[in-house]
Design a protein around this ligand. Structure first.
Ligand SMILES: Cc1cc2nc3c(=O)[nH]c(=O)nc-3n(C[C@H](O)[C@H](O)[C@H](O)COP(=O)(O)OP(=O)(O)OC[C@H]3O[C@@H](n4cnc5c(N)ncnc54)[C@H](O)[C@@H]3O)c2cc1C
Length: 515
């Protein structure tokens, strides 16, 4: 028999806990068995058995659902994901090409699973070390650039990059494990009570859990049930997306370039392998009919006076590769959860895609929510967590996220609205002779001068803040906290490199040890 060594004896007073099972003050003695050399310690819990494993149900297997499931799995939680159609992924997968993932999100994802980030970096394509920014649609001239590289280097986190959505989905799904994701399972309702939440599927099946994560996208059923049905808001823009088998080699390399014009903007991304992905946002009524001449001809007409870069990219795209969709977001909510149910990603805060932020914000959500849940489980190791305690944890999560997400959401909307006032040159309809001359000299519109000055200073700062993610001070703070606690406890009481691999419950051994 392996020798018995007590690593630590903890007296754990459970008075004051609200759980019904705890009816008296009790001393709980626990021990652990560590992997380094068969040290046996004994866990005794006379009233109730094993440490409780949090059971998490996730509605939706998009970026938010899968990243959260991965974080939950890595935290030792019991997790099940329900996805109504894994092949869909917002219908954007194969045809829509890649998604940009910011350093901020990649840094947090690395904390959740280093291997996943490594795989994304191997599969994706770094754009954060290139020139990124805004340019005028007609002249093609840059008027502000974003520095994605310095914040990443300063913080030691991966540089912003892009990856094909389907590849991202594959990497995440592999890491979560097929067995934890139930495909073709649409969540149609849920019921909460004091002790659990039950998810009801379209096929009649029911699943019980401690909490339900609503990661079911912009048209979230979970959000409707929590806060009432409210349709997403139309942005007044239709988005045409395409991938061109072409790379403008004559241009200096850029990651992405947002060309802006009056009531429209065009985003071009270098997606590697000699291809460019682009999004053309055009101000149109949601109900406007499909262009009779085809998407490509309509765009070539509409962007006819724009710079060569834009026109060439549209020219080099095949008609069947162009997808048209109205763009929506949702209003920011005051709260994202109630009792045992919480929203993540687009279900909580779908935003306009003009700055390519929604997916990264979803990943950040997952990281911060899992921190709260881990803390909750660590502080309630031996008894069930009440709905009220989950609710409080959700409030703490919202407190960490609301300002950042709300700011990004607002800037995406503002950037979209601003284009309605944008003009490269004087263009105010029929002009008297002197003004026609003025127009011919192509003087900059005063509004452009003002907005470009603002954009030159404000937007790069905003992007830096977004890319950097949580302030470095918070990270230092966490390490500092660890150091202070370690000093206070004393090195001699903490055995490093001793991973707990088992817990043995055998009361007689404890008695021996105590005697
Ligand atoms: C044109 C465009 C370009 C974009 N580009 C970028 C970019 O470059 N970078 C970036 O970060 N973001 C980008 N975004 C935003 C990004 O796509 C979203 O923010 C992100 O996909 C949100 O992920 P999610 O998991 O919250 O939601 P979703 O991706 O919508 O996933 C929700 C999932 O839930 C499933 N589901 C829905 N209802 C149910 C139900 N009742 N039961 C079970 N399953 C259900 C759906 O099938 C889906 O798989 C872009 C968006 C658009 C429209």
């Amino acid at each position: 028999m392996a020798s018995v060594q007590i690593l630590n004896f903890c007296t754990y007073s459970v008075h004051g806990l609200r759980e019904k099972k705890v009816i008296s003050k009790k001393r709980v003695i626990f021990g652990v068995r560590c992997e380094n050399g068969g040290n046996n310690n004994v866990y005794v819990n006379e009233d109730y058995g094993d440490k409780k494993k949090l059971k998490v149900l996730v509605a939706g297997g998009g970026i938010a659902g899968l990243v959260f499931a991965l974080a939950a799995k890595r935290s030792g939680f019991d997790v099940t994901v329900f996805e109504k159609d894994l092949t869909a992924v917002r219908g954007e997968g194969r045809d829509r090409g890649p998604i940009q993932l910011l350093s901020s999100a990649m840094g947090l994802l690395e904390d959740i699973d280093k291997d996943v980030v490594r795989e994304i970096m191997e599969t994706g394509y770094v754009t954060g070390d290139r020139t990124n920014g805004l340019a005028d649609g007609k002249t093609g001239q840059w008027f502000t650039k974003f520095d994605f590289l310095t914040p990443a280097l300063q913080k030691g986190i991966p540089v912003t990059q892009i990856i094909c959505r389907m590849e991202l989905q594959r990497v995440l799904l592999n890491a979560v494990g097929d067995d934890l994701v139930i495909n073709n399972s649409k969540v149609v309702d849920f019921v909460t009570d004091a002790n659990k939440v039950t998810a009801l599927l379209e096929n009649g099946q029911q699943y019980e859990g401690d909490i339900l994560i609503g990661a079911d996208g912009m048209r979230s059923m979970v959000r409707s049930k929590l806060f009432g049905t409210k349709d997403p808001k139309y942005s007044n823009f239709i988005c045409y997306t395409g991938v061109a088998e072409f790379h403008p080699h004559y241009l200096p390399p850029f990651g992405y370039k947002i060309f802006i014009g009056r009531s429209s903007y065009f985003v071009a991304l270098d997606i590697g392998k000699g291809r460019m992905q682009w999004y053309a946002f055009v101000r149109e009524a949601r109900e406007s009919p499909l262009p009779s001449q085809g998407n490509k001809n309509m765009l070539l007409e509409g962007f006819g006076e724009w710079c060569d870069e834009v026109i060439t990219i549209i020219h080099r795209t095949q008609e069947h590769m162009i997808i048209r969709r109205p763009i929506h977001d949702i209003d920011m909510l005051k709260t994202w959860g109630k009792d045992r149910v919480i929203l993540l990603g687009d279900a909580a805060h779908a935003m306009l895609p003009n700055l390519g932020q929604g997916g990264s914000m979803a990943i950040e959500d997952c990281y911060w929510l899992i921190q709260e849940l881990r803390n909750l489980v660590e502080t309630h190791p031996f008894h069930a967590i009440s709905s009220h305690e989950f609710d409080l944890a959700f409030r703490r999560f919202e407190k960490k996220r609301m300002f950042r997400v709300g700011t990004v959401h607002a800037i995406c909307r503002a950037a979209s609205v601003l284009t309605a006032f944008y003009s490269t040159y004087f263009n105010i309809g029929p002009l008297p002779l002197f003004a026609q001359k003025l127009s011919a000299t192509k003087l900059k519109h005063p509004a452009l001068l003002v907005s470009s000055t603002l954009l030159k200073f404000a937007l790069p700062k905003f992007m830096k803040w977004v890319v950097k993610g949580i302030p470095v001070t918070q990270i230092i703070c966490r390490m500092e906290q660890q150091r202070v606690l370690l000093n206070a406890v004393g090195d001699d009481l903490v055995i490093n490199n001793s991973r707990v691999v088992d817990i043995v419950s055998d009361a007689s051994k404890v008695s021996d040890l105590l005697s």
